[in-house]
Structures are given as structure tokens and as C-alpha cells.
Design a protein around this ligand. Structure first.
Ligand code: 3H9
Length: 648
């Protein structure tokens, strides 16, 4: 049953029970509508308590339905019918009341909630706006300024704040339902207060709209929904609720049908599925409290900061006093920036440093439940680290390498207890980037793999399992993407034209600007190593640039020139001269055609990765690109794009 009814004297208790999150599916809407009609006709029912089963009220509309056309009864009509009821409906809220869940609660005459309840309209994260009155009822209940924050800026008040805002009538303690029933009895027979939609909307001071528009547009970074959510809200305040509801609904329906919204839904489900792959669900992760990190460079310090942010204890291992001091200073600045970004609460600020220990030499690794190696990307260096770790660590300590290219089987070769070894590939800056590629070897034990997933969840990261291949999923696709971009340039397309096309698509930087920032030399050395092994790799324009000393921003030039202290790329006649032997006659190519070529190459590599069993599914490849490589979220990922356009 999706909606249960219990009668307690003159009070009807309606419980939405639609696991896992009580989403308002078609069946829930149908039943709620029928109940609203039935209770009005039933003289024995004098008030209705509406609540959700389990830990939360209602997480919103059923997002899985959004790939199909809307089906009646529509949520706005259900809410309007509840709101029009002759008897008081009381929403009793614990946990989350999100999206359509909050809209449903706003349709009730009263809302009572526990202090830890949480209220939000997260529709903009799905590329849509509230579609069942949220942009109209909320400002009439909490005022325009607060409503803007909730509707268009992802503000999410808890019960205590909701009480202050007037969003809930009173806070109640658990057990929730008896408390709500007692409240319902106290209002039976009283005149109904005005419904949310009937309340007078107060005009904000004139500068509120302009300020909000500027803020919301800037915060949206090109996403369509937030400014449109604000417009719907404003329209209803300026032209009345009826006009506001009409604009809200038409905007919701239009946005629901966009590619952007489909892409965001795809990622919503992919991100959740990634945390709990089917074969990991029955496994128990091993307990991890203290993690060793070998190497305090940029990557090691970033990993240490991510662990500390998540409340774990860290032992950072370096070779000598000077390296320890450098790592400590890096961590001190990461601490400050994590605090500024709100990743560390004020309560935890002292604990953060107290949980950090630095050590010279491997002895301290003996106390760790897990050790992550983050040293120079060189097989011999990494093997010597694991030889030491194999000697000093407990036999049950999980040992992980952060390698981004090297075959983990070679790194683990000779290590005692290979079932506790796996690859955990973080992305730089590791305390910020959400992706964690998890690379098991054939020997990795299932519970060790499950512990990798558990760690990712604790760090707030998205885990994606990768099989073993050169560059794993992400760097393999990156290499293909860059090679295709260079192929375009060899065919006469301008360097700046390629970058501009990819920026217009939604990347923060084009492939050449990105290489200049990261440095061209690592990929060059990688290709040189392959050549020295006898692999037939022809010269690429990037090879010519590195040989000419143009390694990117750090040498004042790569694909572009850079003025001292200025990271803005400037077209470079020198770079063009250097690569000229490999470049054909200049040609114009439309931005869309450039994007389509580069997308197709990424998807083609993705299909090869799938065919080889390196990725478990296409959605995992999209997660890697979105969370590790800056692929625009609103475009869903290369495999999603390929599926929509039919191109590979
Ligand atoms: C909306 O309401 C539009 C209206 O304005 C207008 C309508 C006309 N639908 O996140 P979890 C699944 S738009 C369907 O891992 P948690 C999720 O995929 C909606 N499924 O749990 C997962 O499935 P599985 C606005 C949903 O405890 C399972 O539930 N609302 C929905 O970490 C558990 O999810 C939102 O955007 C849904 N609405 O977090 C809220 N929500 O087990 C979105 C979840 O198969 N939801 N699932 O992998 C959330 O933020 C979190 O899920 C929540 C629980 C905080 C509720």
C-alpha cells in the first residue's frame, strides 16, 4: 500500500508509505486525491494528519516518472484539493520534506515538525523548478526574501529555523504521530486559518529583485532553472498567485522536457547507484579509523586533507624533516581553505589538527588501518614503498596505491597478503574533487573492495570501479580527447577555436588551455617512454612544443603565450611556428562540429572501455568525466550525449 489510513476518533491519519523515500508517485497522487474528497464527505472525520512512513516525510515527486509525459492526477491539482478541504489537514514532518513533499505540506493548513526536520525545494538541481505551487505558496508563508533563498539558492532550513520563518506552526517531539494527533484535536472546531495560497503576499523593497537576480544568475553558472524559478516567484508576487501558478507550471513542464533536465536526472540516479553496486551490498566494510598517507606532496596532502575533513585520523609519512615541514605548511593552507569553503565546521577545527600526525619513516604505518601511497609516479619508487609497508604494517592493514597510470598488479608484485591491496585513484585537488576511481587487482578481497567504497562514501566522494588498463577509465579517455583535439589542429583548425568551442559547450577550459595549466611534459614523457619501448607513436604537435621548451604556463608558454603573473592565454605565433611542420592548411570549423568530433571520440573510447569490461556501465564513465574532468554536469557525460544523439 502506498498510502495508509488509520482512524483515531475524529482524526484521520494518512501515512504515505512508498519506500525508499515516500516519493509522490502516480499511485500516491491518486490515493491522496480520493482521500481528500472522501474525508470532506465523512462527518466522522474532523481533521486529517498527513505524514510519511519511516525516517522522512516525502522526498518529492517520483523523479523516475519524469522521463514520461505527466500523468493525471497532477500534483498541483491534488494539492489544490487538499488545500480546499473543509477540514484542517496537518502535515506532520520528520526528516526531509523536499520538492513536491514540501509543496504538499504547504497545501496543508498546518505544519508541525520535529526540530531536526529538513525543508528544501531542490528542483533546480534537477534542471527544473517546483511544479506544484512551491514558488507561490512559500513566499506567502515565509516572505519573499527567505523564499528566494529556498526556491532559487538551495537554502534548506531545519525545523528550528522553519519555526522562526513561520513555515511550521509548532515543533513537536517524537513520537511524531501522537503529537500531531493531539495538535489536530486542539484545532478541531476552530475556524480554518487562511490557506498558504490565500495569504497576502508582501512586496519586497524594490532592490530585492535586482539583487536576487544578479546573485541567482551568477550562482547558476549557466544552468537554466535557478533564474526561471526566481522569475516564477516574482511573477506571482507582482501579478497574483493565479498568474504565478500558471507561469510556474508552464516553466516546470517546459524545463522537465529539456535535455539539461534529462542529463541531470541521469546523473542523479547514476550518483546514487555508484555508492552501492549490487555486488557490494551484502558485504561488510572493514573498520577504518587511522589512515596513513605516504608522501606529503600536492596529492598526498590533498588526500590527507580529505581524510581529516571526514573525521578520520591521519598519519602523514615523509622521508625527512624538511619534507614534513613542507607537508605541514601545505596542510595548514588546505585547512584554511577547507574552513572557508565550509568543509570543516568550527566545532571540528581543533580536532582537525589534533587528528593529524606527521612521521619520518615507515614505523608509524604499523598503527594504521589503511595506508595510501601517494609518491612519485614511478614503478620502482612505488614498489620500494610497498616493500617497506609490507614489512611494518599489520597483516590486515589495507594497502592502497594512488597511481594514475601504472598497473597496480606490478606495484603489488611481491607484497605479502595481496588480497588487502587495491588502487584508490584520487583526483587533484583531492580534498575537493569528488571522483575516486577504485581499481581492484584480481587478488583484492571483496571486503577490501567494499572498504574502498565505504571510504569513498565517508569522504563524500563518488566511487567508480575501474578495471586495469593504461590510465584506467578517466585518463584513458582524456588521452583520446586530447589526441583528437590535436588531430583537429593538425587538420588546420585553430587552437583557440577548439578551446572556445569546448568552453561554449560548458567546460571551464578547452583541452589546450587545460594542458597549458597542467603542463605538457608529463604526457610527453609518457609518450617518449612508449617510444623507447619501441611503440610506433608518431610525433604529435605537443611533442614539438615540449622539445622547443614550451611546457605550458610554468615555462611562460605552451599552446599559448602567457605574460608574467597572468594566466590568460594569448594566441602564440611562436607555438604556431613550432607545430607548423605537422599542421595542414588553415580551415574554419563550426563550434558545434568541433564539439561533436570531440564528444564522439570520448564516447568511442568509452564504448571500447565497456567492451573490455574496464567500466561496469556507461553511467560510470559519465560519472568519471563529470566528477574528475570537469565535463559539464548539465550535459550528463559523453555516454549520455552519445545515447541522446545516437552518435558514438
Ligand atoms: C519534485 O518534487 C518536483 C515537484 O516540484 C513538482 C512535481 C509536479 N524520486 O539519495 P538516497 C531514490 S522533483 C525517485 O541514496 P539518502 C534514490 O534514487 C524532486 N527516487 O538516500 C535511491 O534509489 P536506490 C525533488 C528517489 O538517504 C533511494 O531513493 N526532490 C527520489 O542518502 C535512496 O536515495 C529531490 O530532488 C525521488 N524524488 O537521501 C530530492 N529521491 O536505492 C531527491 C530519492 O535505488 N532525493 N530516490 O539507489 C534526495 O535528496 C535524497 O534521496 C534524500 C535521501 C535526501 C531524500
Amino acid at each position: 500500500m502506498t498510502v495508509n489510513v488509520e482512524i483515531d476518533g475524529e482524526i484521520a491519519i494518512v501515512t504515505i508509505e512508498n519506500p525508499p523515500v515516500n516519493a509522490v508517485s502516480g499511485a500516491v497522487r491518486e490515493r491522496l486525491l480520493a482521500l481528500a474528497v472522501a474525508f470532506d464527505d465523512d462527518p466522522n472525520v474532523r481533521a486529517v494528519v498527513l505524514t510519511g512512513a519511516g525516517k522522512l516525510f516525502v522526498a518529492g515527486a517520483d523523479i523516475a516518472e519524469f522521463d514520461r509525459p505527466p500523468e493525471p492526477p497532477f500534483l498541483p491539482d491534488v494539492i489544490a484539493r487538499i488545500e480546499a478541504s473543509a477540514k484542517p489537514w496537518i502535515a506532520a514532518i520528520r526528516g526531509a520534506a523536499l520538492g513536491g513533499g514540501l509543496e504538499l505540506a504547504l497545501g496543508c493548513r498546518f505544519r508541525v515538525a520535529t526540530a531536526s526536520a529538513r525543508f528544501a525545494l531542490p528542483e533546480i538541481n534537477l534542471g527544473i523548478i517546483p511544479g506544484a505551487g512551491g514558488t507561490q505558496r512559500l513566499p506567502r508563508v515565509v516572505g519573499v526574501t527567505e523564499a528566494i533563498r529556498i526556491v532559487a539558492e538551495n537554502h534548506s532550513p531545519d525545523g528550528v529555523e522553519a519555526l522562526r520563518l513561520g513555515l511550521v506552526y509548532t515543533l513537536v517531539d517524537e513520537p511524531l504521530v501522537p503529537a500531531a494527533v493531539a495538535f489536530a484535536r486542539s484545532v478541531v472546531g476552530q475556524a480554518l486559518p487562511p490557506s498558504s495560497i490565500q495569504r497576502a503576499a508582501s512586496m519586497p523593497p524594490p532592490d530585492v529583485w535586482a539583487e536576487a537576480e544578479a546573485r541567482v544568475t551568477a550562482g547558476a553558472r549557466g544552468a537554466a532553472a535557478p533564474p526561471q524559478a526566481l522569475q516564477a516567484l516574482k511573477h506571482g508576487i507582482e501579478h497574483g498567485a493565479e498568474a504565478g501558478l500558471a507561469l510556474e507550471r508552464s516553466t516546470f513542464l517546459a524545463l522537465r522536457a529539456t535535455e539539461e533536465a534529462a542529463a541531470l536526472r541521469h546523473l542523479f540516479f547514476a550518483e546514487r547507484a555508484a555508492l552501492r553496486p549490487a555486488d557490494m551490498r551484502a558485504l561488510n566494510p572493514l573498520p577504518i579509523e587511522t589512515v596513513g598517507v605516504v608522501g606529503g606532496g600536492t596529492m598526498g596532502s590533498g588526500i590527507a586533507a580529505a581524510l581529516l575533513n571526514a573525521g578520520l585520523s591521519v598519519v602523514l609519512i615523509e622521508q625527512d624533516e624538511a619534507a614534513v615541514l613542507r607537508a605541514r605548511s601545505t596542510l595548514a593552507s588546505l585547512f584554511e581553505s577547507s574552513r572557508r569553503r565550509g568543509l570543516i565546521s568550527d566545532d571540528d577545527a581543533a580536532g582537525w589538527m589534533a587528528r593529524l600526525e606527521t612521521a619520518i619513516g615507515y614505523g608509524a604505518a604499523g598503527r594504521c588501518d589503511m595506508v595510501i601511497e601517494a609518491v612519485f609516479e614511478d614503478l620502482a619508487v612505488k614498489r620500494s614503498v610497498f616493500a617497506e609497508l609490507g614489512r611494518v604494517c599489520r597483516p590486515d592493514t589495507i594497502l592502497a596505491t594512488n597511481t594514475s597510470y601504472i598497473d597496480p598488479r606490478l606495484i603489488a608484485d611481491g607484497l605479502p597478503g595481496q588480497e588487502r591491496f587495491l588502487g584508490l585513484h584520487f583526483f587533484s585537488p583531492a580534498q575537493v574533487m569528488k571522483l575516486l576511481e577504485i581499481v581492484p587487482t584480481p587478488e583484492t578481497a571483496p571486503d577490501v573492495l567494499a572498504t574502498g567504497y565505504d571510504l569513498a562514501c565517508r569522504l563524500g566522494k563518488i566511487p567508480v570501479r575501474s578495471g586495469i588498463c593504461d590510465g584506467f577509465i578517466g585518463n584513458r579517455i582524456l588521452r583520446r580527447y586530447r589526441a583528437e583535439a590535436e588531430t583537429l589542429v593538425r587538420g588546420g583548425v585553430g587552437i583557440a577555436a577548439v578551446d572556445a568551442a569546448m568552453r561554449a559547450f560548458g567546460f571551464a577550459m578547452g583541452p589546450f588551455e587545460m594542458q597549458d595549466m597542467a603542463g605538457l611534459d608529463i604526457a610527453f614523457l609518457y609518450r617518449e617512454a612508449a617510444r623507447s619501448r619501441g611503440e610506433p607513436l608518431p610525433d604529435m604537435p605537443g611533442d614539438l612544443l615540449v622539445r622547443a621548451g614550451r611546457k605550458g604556463q610554468k615555462t611562460g608558454g605552451g599552446w599559448y603565450d602567457y605574460a608574467a603573473g597572468d594566466r590568460r592565454p594569448r594566441p602564440s605565433a611562436d607555438a604556431e611556428r613550432v607545430i607548423a611542420p605537422l599542421v595542414g592548411a588553415k580551415t574554419e570549423m563550426a563550434g558545434e562540429a568541433i564539439v561533436s568530433r570531440l564528444m564522439a571520440s570520448m564516447a568511442e573510447e568509452g564504448h571500447a572501455i565497456l567492451a573490455e569490461g574496464i567500466a561496469l556501465g556507461a553511467a560510470d564513465i559519465d560519472l568519471v568525466e563529470v566528477h574528475g574532468y570537469g565535463f559539464p554536469r548539465k550535459c550528463g557525460g559523453p555516454m549520455f550525449q552519445a545515447g541522446r544523439t545516437g552518435k558514438t
